[in-house]
Ligand binder design. Structure first.
Ligand code: SF4
Ligand code: SF4
Ligand code: FES
Length: 631
């Protein structure tokens, strides 16, 4: 490992580490724009200057471009290097519009920070500024090209990292333009990362435009609920409105990025149609009345139809805290039939996939990125787990061979991510033995049971795409308790009452069920059919745990207080002049607390800690700790 000295501090770093990163490791942060750990170095911005005093390299150099080597003696405080950085900032600011007061990047802008850090406070340039025309890039991303400092991060992410072909850099010399090559919306399903990756305000989140400054936000470490991959996020809310979501780094899961579905899927939380009050037969009621009515009606169903006539239904989107309590609730409901999946086929496929995964063969996105061959089967990657497709692209960029069994043979992946995929008719045709590190990525929504079994026995690591953020836990619980899919239980003919917790049950399954109760935060079809409804918190309004597709348990923190967004109450009162003790629409509860209240009413013991017994090791799970594998 190369050992070098930076500002009189000796540091040893892994081979290949650049001097800029080596300095970070000893707490020295030198301004830099074009270098990004996920994108590498290009030496475009010229900002990361350090003075190399001794060793194989001498003089003022761009530290991002120099690999750390034995014997280097480097100074970041040397006057020549500091002057260079100050001048570069001044050059970069020549054409910058200084429109910070109306820029959504303000407060979280690297250009602001480094201008201050670099000591450039006196504007000497009196010439005319270069200006550009902005493009309409679609409903999600605002374009303001005048703010550009030509660091090339956007184009490197969009084209190289994400394989997009509709956006890039045009022009030459002092007049370069970063935008779409023709009119239209950005096509990459990862385009939202431009917002995070641009160090200034060229690309900002249009959905949160002019709504808040960085310091106004309620933020907390969270986990994306929109598929089973469990990408780490930082949702940002203000005035009880979820305004935007940013990527949170987790090298074992999503790296630095997230997909657009995860970034821009916030509107259901703020939806004015979101149900927020308990209902009995469509009429608003108090929590006490609704819980009492639910227990009463359960009793009536049990009296008429007998033991085993109630189904207690969890779901792949219900957090572990809720799903884990359902076996207790089912026992309290006179042998209630437990189910964690609405569809029996989905229940079987997910349970089979999870049963075939173990600590050695389960692959996460980091394993896929490191693979030398990836076989994709059984699904639509971009639909079922978009970031998995991005991980496949990183493997391909490093030389991995890609194969696709069935489906469209990789046509969409080629078009969207620029990948070269070899189509196969069956998994047996994949030359897995020719590779040292092959991974099979299997979508479980379309693969047949025996295909999943064959994939697990093929001698490669296996990454399964499941049906929701907590499908893995739902499958573990299903197997543990022998819980069938709800459709199978209903087909048995004995189910006459259903209590559904954040479960999406097709209306046709409920058609002949006399009594349905639902607890949810979304206005689903199941909620619409329920005689008793109990409103729950969205994931950003509670603390909870999801187990992702590789069996990694990850804790998410409460980001915001529940309640109607303040802007939705009365525009004339914005910001509110009167603060009530209870926010309107805030009387919603985490699902596990609803389950606990029912258990207590049915004669069970009060639950203090929802993750008991086998889940105890997750009690102290750190939301910022990267998660822990439960396999
Ligand atoms: S648009 Fe942003 S990311 Fe792209 S080159 Fe300009 S400053 Fe860099
Ligand atoms: S890949 Fe899935 S978990 Fe990750 S950001 Fe996209 S929708 Fe969310
Ligand atoms: S960060 Fe080194 S030249 Fe831009």
């Amino acid at each position: 490992m190369p050992k070098l000295t930076i500002d009189n501090i000796t540091v040893e770093v892994p081979p290949g580490t650049n001097v800029l990163e080596a300095a970070k490791q000893v707490g020295i942060w030198i301004p830099h724009f074009c270098y990004h750990p996920a994108l590498g170095s290009v030496g475009a911005c010229r900002l990361c200057a350090m003075k190399f005093l001794e060793g194989p390299v001498k003089g003022v150099q761009m530290s991002c471009m120099i690999p750390a080597q034995d014997g280097m003696v480097v100074s970041t405080t040397d006057g020549e290097a500091a002057r260079m950085r100050q001048m570069v900032i001044e050059w970069l600011m020549l054409n910058h519009p200084h429109d910070c007061p109306v820029c959504d990047e303000g407060g979280e802008c690297l250009l602001q920070d480094y201008t201050v850090a670099g000591g450039h406070g006196n504007r000497r340039y009196r010439g005319k500024k270069r200006t550009h025309t902005n493009q309409y890039l679609g409903p999600y991303i605002e374009h303001e090209m005048n703010r550009c400092i030509q660091c090339y991060r956007c184009v490197r992410f969009y084209q190289e990292y994400a394989g997009g072909s509709d956006f890039g850099v045009m022009g030459s010399a002092a007049r370069v333009y970063y935008g779409r090559f023709s009119e239209g919306e950005l096509e990459s399903p990862f385009s939202g990362n431009l917002v995070d990756i641009c160090p200034t305000g060229v690309f900002t989140d249009k959905t949160a435009r002019f709504r808040a400054r960085y310091w106004d936000y309620d933020m907390a470490p969270s986990v994306c609920p929109h598929c089973s991959l469990g990408c780490n996020t930082i949702p940002a809310a203000r005035y009880r409105e979820l305004l935007k979501t940013m990527a949170r780094r987790n090298d074992a899961v999503n790296g630095w990025f997230i997909c657009d579905k995860g970034r821009f899927g916030n509107s259901p939380v703020n939806d004015p149609k979101r149900p927020r009050t308990p209902l009995i037969d469509g009429t608003e009621a108090s929590w006490e009345a609704a819980l009492d009515a639910l227990v009463l009606r359960l009793g009536e169903v049990l009296e008429i139809y007998g033991e085993g006539s109630i189904a207690v239904v969890g779901s792949p989107r219900l957090a572990l805290e809720g799903n884990a309590l359902l076996p207790i609730l089912a026992a309290c409901a006179d042998g209630g039939v437990l189910s964690f999946f609405a569809d029996a086929g989905e229940a079987d496929r997910t349970a089979t996939a999870v049963s075939l995964l173990n600590r050695d063969n389960a692959a996460g996105m980091a394993d896929v990125q490191a693979a030398d061959a990836v076989v994709i089967m059984g699904g639509d990657l971009l639909e079922e787990g978009p970031m998995m497709a991005l991980a496949v692209r990183q493997a391909w960029r490093k030389g991995a061979r890609l194969f696709m069994v069935g489906g469209d043979g990789g046509v969409v992946l080629t078009k969207t991510l620029g990948l070269q995929v070899t189509p196969l008719t069956s998994l047996a045709a994949a030359p897995l033995t020719e590779f040292r590190n092959p991974v099979i990525v299997c979508g479980t929504s379309r693969a047949a049971l025996d295909e999943i079994e064959v994939a697990a026995g093929a001698g490669a690591k296996l990454a399964c795409l499941l049906s929701g953020p907590n499908a893995f836990a739902a499958a573990m619980l299903s197997r543990e308790h022998g819980a069938p899919g709800l459709s199978q239980a209903i087909a048995g003919g004995t189910i006459r009452g259903i209590i559904a917790f954040e479960a999406d049950i097709p209306p046709e399954l409920l058609a002949d069920i006399p009594f349905v109760a639902a607890a949810d935060w979304l206005p689903t079809e199941t909620v619409k059919q329920a005689q008793i409804f109990l409103p729950t918190t969205a994931w950003v309004e509670m603390e909870g745990t999801f187990i992702n597709n590789e069996g990694r348990a990850q804790r998410f923190k409460q980001v915001m207080q529940p309640g109607l967004p303040i802007k939705g109450l009365d525009p004339a009162l914005h910001p509110p002049r009167v603060h009530g003790r209870v926010a309107p629409g805030s009387d919603v509860r985490p699902a596990w607390q609803v389950i606990d209240a029912l258990i207590e009413r049915l004669g069970g013991e009060r639950i203090v800690e929802p993750l008991g017994n086998r889940w105890e090791k997750l009690h102290n799970l750190d939301p910022e700790g990267g998660g822990t594998r439960v396999l």
